[in-house]
Design a protein around this ligand. Structure first.
Ligand SMILES: Cc1cc2nc3c(=O)[nH]c(=O)nc-3n(C[C@H](O)[C@H](O)[C@H](O)COP(=O)(O)OP(=O)(O)OC[C@H]3O[C@@H](n4cnc5c(N)ncnc54)[C@H](O)[C@@H]3O)c2cc1C
Length: 463
């Protein structure tokens, strides 16, 4: 058995670092085990930009107040009601302390970014984005004397009679055991495990694009479940948006998102429309497109816009397909020209007479006499050149995780908490997020429960 620690933290993203910093702050000897190489440390946290926090008043970085009540109403609105309301309320209550805590651990802030999601009142932007956040936390951790090991894949946990004893690290010689008095597990979701996704989605999962880290494969979630942890959340459920089909398979991050959907129409591989592109405002609908496209043949779709709207959304990362006629655009996307022209012509007939586009509201410029309808922003697609943007499901994170109690202790199938096994972040977010998502709330959960897991692990270790 290798060196003894008070607290081992498994994972190297936001939740893990919050746990490590708190445990070290409480005087523990802490080891962080991050399976990735150092230059890509930090999992999906690398891609983040802002965190959602309750606050009483506007300040230099929030454009207005955001009460706990409003925060909870927003959460219930998107999730339909959290799995564990008490934990959700705790996350919201504790979120107000996060900006202060983060600043005390070196984080700097920047003015809210404008853009399609309009989050300046509810969310706080950290300067430099997720990589800067992580670099700051790792620097602070080093200063505080926290040990970090990279390329450290934890493949199993030794737990006996509800009590954690050691982690087993994978290495060439067959595995290394490292003991500690408590463990905090913050190893993300299982969205990068295509085989796992296939259990629920079949071969369709081969066509999914994973927006974040290839290292979040659920090894720790599986290990916890094997040791009797209670799972929580829909195993098929994930947060998924429409990303450019030409994006890299993993880790494309934020820039591969396509924001064009409400400005045009979306057709599938058969060149047919399949959903109302103007159903609601973008922040409320962008996250349905991943799952919608996952249900289409070949898991591919194409957003079609024309010269009137091509400059109205965030510029795409990859060049759109472009042609002067609809007939010549179709083959560039591999679509049947006859069906494609018919689809656009029928849509244009249903949108005839609409000339205005008011993206700041539901403008009521809808189609008439077509199914599915386009309920708002339905301008005809009739001014060359015409453009096509290929879309695939871009998986952000999975919902299923392990159940925890109000001390962030992992709970077993009988409802009893393990003595010294704590979890934080995406691996337990299913306690709160059952479906849907509030922008910036992933970091809220990870920070609140990471801090809690670190404090509680330290309390156990030093008792
Ligand atoms: C493109 C994109 C943008 C996003 N933007 C935002 C945003 O602006 N705000 C927001 O709140 N949320 C955002 N999210 C969601 C956010 O990334 C997550 O909610 C949050 O980062 C999760 O933190 P975490 O610490 O739980 O997991 P992660 O940050 O993913 O960290 C998991 C860590 O565990 C490590 N690991 C995994 N398995 C093992 C193992 N077996 N052994 C050792 N280590 C292991 C990984 O290498 C990684 O370091 C975004 C996600 C994506 C993909």
């Amino acid at each position: 058995m290798a060196e003894n620690y008070d607290v081992i933290v498994v994972g190297g993203g936001n939740a893990a670092l919050c746990a490590a910093l708190e445990a070290r702050g409480a005087g523990c000897r802490v080891l962080v085990l991050e399976r990735s190489p150092e230059h890509v440390r930090g999992g999906n946290t690398r891609h983040t930009r802002n965190i959602r926090c309750s606050h009483a008043a506007a300040d230099q970085f929030f454009s207005g107040p955001y009460s706990e009540e409003e925060h909870l109403t927003d959460l219930i609105g998107v999730t339909g009601g959290p799995e564990n309301l008490d934990l959700a309320k705790m996350a919201i209550r504790e979120s107000s302390a996060l900006p202060g805590w983060m600043s005390a651990h070196g984080v700097h802030w920047q003015q809210p970014l404008a853009g399609t999601l309009h989050l300046g009142r509810t969310n706080r932007w950290f300067l430099g984005g997720g990589k800067a956040l992580l670099n700051t936390y790792y620097r602070t951790a080093a200063r505080m004397g926290i040990d970090v090991r990279y390329n450290a894949l934890v493949e199993d946990l030794i737990i006996e009679n509800g009590r954690f004893d050691a982690v087993r690290l994978k290495n060439e010689t067959g595995g290394e055991l490292i003991r500690a008095r408590a463990v905090a597990i913050a190893a993300g979701g299982y969205e990068a495990n295509i085989e796992w996704l296939k259990r629920h989605w079949g071969d369709a999962a081969d066509n999914f694009i994973i927006r974040g880290s290839p290292y979040n494969d659920g090894t720790m979630l599986a290990a916890l479940m094997k040791r009797g942890a209670k799972s929580i959340g829909d195993p098929k459920g994930f947060h998924a948006i429409g990303v450019d089909a030409r994006a890299p398979k993993f880790d494309g991050g934020i820039v591969t998102r396509l924001d064009a959907t409400p400005f045009g129409i979306v057709v599938n591989r058969d060149a047919r429309r399949f959903y109302d592109e103007g159903e609601d405002i973008w922040p409320k609908r962008y996250a349905i497109w991943g799952t919608l496209i996952a249900g289409q043949p070949g898991q591919i779709a194409f957003c079609i816009v024309d010269a009137k709207t091509i400059d109205r959304f965030l510029p795409p990362m990859f060049k759109p397909y472009q042609a002067d006629t609809l007939e010549t655009l179709a083959p560039l996307m591999g679509l049947d020209p006859g069906v494609f022209v018919h689809t656009v012509t029928e849509y244009n007939r249903a949108a005839a007479g609409n000339t205005e586009l008011h993206m700041d509201r539901l403008d009521g410029n809808s189609t008439r006499g077509i199914a599915p309808p386009k309920s708002n922003w339905a301008l005809p697609i009739d001014r060359a050149p015409f453009y096509g943007l290929p879309l695939r499901p871009g998986i952000t994170f999975t919902y299923m995780g392990v159940a925890v109690d109000e001390c962030a202790r992992v709970v077993d199938q009988s409802g009893k908490p393990f003595l010294n096994v704590f979890a934080a972040g995406e691996i337990m977010s299913g306690n709160i997020l059952t479906k849907g998502y509030l922008g910036g709330f992933g970091l809220t959960i990870g920070s609140v429960f990471g801090r809690l897991a670190g404090r509680e692990a330290a309390k156990y270790a030093r008792a």
